[in-house]
Design a protein around this ligand. Sequence first.
Ligand SMILES: NC(=O)c1ccc[n+]([C@@H]2O[C@H](COP(=O)([O-])OP(=O)(O)OC[C@H]3O[C@@H](n4cnc5c(N)ncnc54)[C@H](O)[C@@H]3O)[C@@H](O)[C@H]2O)c1
Length: 253
Amino acid sequence: MGRLDGKTALITGGARGQGAAAATRFVQEGAKVVIADVLDEPGKLLAGTLGSAAVYQHLDVTDEDQWQVAVDRTVTEFGQVNVLVNNAGILHFAALADTTLSDYERVIRVNQVGTFLGMRAVAEPMRTAGGGSIVNISSVDGLAATPLVIAYAASKFAIRGMTKSAAVELGPAGIRVNSVHPGMIDTRMVSEALGGAEMPTDWLKEKLPLGRVGTPDEVAEMVVFLASDDSSYSTGAEFVADGGATATHALKI
Ligand SMILES: NC(=O)c1ccc[n+]([C@@H]2O[C@H](COP(=O)([O-])OP(=O)(O)OC[C@H]3O[C@@H](n4cnc5c(N)ncnc54)[C@H](O)[C@@H]3O)[C@@H](O)[C@H]2O)c1
């Protein structure tokens, strides 16, 4: 018996990275999954490998109308929506003084506005389904500060606050809302933000309690937990998967 038997999930940014890992684990745990992304080819390919339990749906999370289409598709395809994973995200590295308004707004639109639109779009169908679970992917940059990520940090702090507000509002309808705060995870997000360059990771051995980068699967396990009834008494809370990054601070020697 799977931990997500009988549940239907919509996962944004599901074509690759952490979203793809979550989609794969969700299907293994018995869920039906709608993989939503702007990367149509890898998204369709992944859905194909997961069989009849998964379909791909094009969704730009910044687009209000596309959200309606994606939620309608989820309900038409699988009968209901019980889980939303707001995972789609982008990163932009720049010093505060060099961050253009358009770069700032681009990051906010995907990470923050996308999360807002997603929660709003599923609230009613989840209420109709008798409850549900919304998992919002924030970051350690939504808990503490690092340089060169002013827009990203703003969006990830916002997700943390929006999660709590929605949790308080939607709790009486049986809808739980939690945020996940990954540390440095081995996906293409950072290297793409660096224009294709690989981020060195040797320094993590010294700095980080667990001494290494995390894997998408390690975050997916936490997302499965939050989507499942195993976390039935958790809402409005922050869950870290960061190798201990936020357990320490800048004075660590
Ligand atoms: N990789 C890390 O170190 C790290 C750390 C903390 C948090 N996160 C967060 O985890 C989440 C997943 O990122 P990842 O590491 O798997 O990176 P990734 O770049 O591999 O995946 C992000 C996915 O989001 C999709 N996406 C981007 N813009 C979109 C849009 N407008 N509409 C729909 N989909 C869109 C991308 O196409 C991609 O499939 C993000 O929210 C990211 O901010 C990542």
